[in-house]
Ligand binder design. Structure first.
Ligand SMILES: [Zn+2]
Length: 385
């Protein structure tokens, strides 16, 4: 999960993976939900809330814990006085295409189904009551157009590919902008059949956003690139699409490596077949290496070891280190093992800085990126190694 905290106190949450084993009973596993709740403000009714919550794509390792820790449904159905523990989602950020593509090939986990149900509730409410009739807790932004004109009658809440999001929960005050780089539009008639299957896969339908965040009144103080689990085919295309006039759209000060530092984000070659002979795809590498000076790259993954299955992959780490430097490449779980806390960047007008210490309680703009520290176990979706 990543939590972006803005100067005005708003919070944008990206993905969650809160396993039941992290819900307090097992003392060896960090209670990541409590950690999140401790960082969030509470509303007039003492309910913790996020201003916006994006699920990049509906895989279990990006949405687990939704039903246990978040309030779903109308706010007047929020649990009573005794139970003020569920996080209110003031505005959902959701891509319909991600779910549609997931349906054709993969089964959705129960948390992903719950997310889709809540998204539908909010879209229907918008159709019925419009902008003015949908308050905090009922709002949704749709990222990318749906197929067959399904989003044509709700374009006021749709963000198109290449467009900017400039407000969380409709609070437009210049705190950030986030460009929707993907899911990319795919024309089935223009693709060869094998490539089409890959392009329409769940991972490759991930939402990719590039944030520009204000700090201390300085616009664009930190650029943050968040790419879900998108793999090499998507990054190749983004580079082809933007290299001539908009390569700046891919630039970053902080990037979370797509797909947990997977090798197949950077290359079409299989490590299991070619080993050190594998080649990096120049287009994907270009897309992922538009760093501003002193940029940091974060792998949200298990500790990265040579013998571990992909992801994370040690060869991918080497590539990212060559893009930044060894001391600006970070792995969430390796960091946890040493420091017992998530990775955090605080943002000033000079840009982001890596927090070597626990930040003072009240920081201004910040990005926190966390994985649940626990014994290493296989990642849910291997990527064909
Ligand atoms: Zn994942």
């Amino acid at each position: 999960m990543a939590l972006v905290t803005l100067d005005n106190g708003q919070n944008i949450l990206i993905d969650i993976n809160i396993r039941a084993s992290a819900d307090g009973e097992d003392e060896d596993v960090h209670d990541v939900a409590q950690d999140l709740k401790d960082r969030l403000p509470r509303d007039d009714e003492d309910r913790p809330y996020v201003d916006a919550f994006l699920v990049s794509h509906p895989d279990a390792d990006h949405v687990s814990g939704l039903r246990n820790h978040f309030h779903l449904g109308a706010l007047d159905e929020y649990p009573d006085e005794e139970d003020k523990d569920r996080i209110v989602i003031r505005e959902m950020w959701s891509s319909p295409i991600v779910f549609r593509r997931a349906n054709s090939q993969h089964k959705l986990c129960d948390d992903a189904k719950a997310w889709a149900t809540e998204a539908r509730r909010r879209v229907n409410l918008f159709k019925e009551k419009g902008m003015d009739g949908t308050d905090s807790g009922d709002r949704i932004l749709i990222l990318g157009k749906d197929r067959d004109g399904k989003t044509d009658d709700i374009m006021d809440i749709v963000v198109l590919q290449d467009e900017l999001i400039t407000a969380a929960n409709r609070e437009e005050d210049g705190q950030f902008e986030a460009r929707l780089l993907a899911p990319i539009y795919i024309d089935p008639d223009q693709e060869d059949a094998e490539e089409l299957i890959d392009l329409l896969s769940k991972n490759n339908s991930s939402v990719i956003l590039r944030f520009a965040i204000m700090a201390d009144g300085t616009e664009d103080a930190c650029r943050f690139l968040s790419g879900g689990d998108a793999s090499v085919a998507i990054w190749d295309r983004l580079w082809q699409r933007h290299k001539d006039s908009n390569s700046d759209w891919l630039s970053y000060d902080v990037m979370e490596t797509p797909h947990h530092c997977s090798w197949r984000t950077l290359s079409h070659d299989r490590w299991s077949e070619m080993g050190e002979d594998v080649k990096v795809s120049p287009d994907a590498r270009n897309a992922l290496s538009q760093c501003r000076e002193g940029a940091h790259i974060v792998a949200s993954s298990n500790p990265i070891k040579k013998e571990e299955p992909n992801p994370p992959h040690e060869r991918a780490k080497r590539e990212y280190v060559s893009i930044t430097s060894a001391d600006r490449f970070h792995c969430t779980e390796e960091f946890w093992e040493k420091n017992s806390r998530p990775i955090e960047f605080t943002i000033s007008h000079q840009g982001p800085s890596f927090s070597h210490r626990v930040a003072a309680k009240k920081v201004a703009a910040a990005i926190g990126i966390s994985a649940i520290p626990t014994v290493a176990r296989g990642h849910g979706s291997r990527d064909g190694e």
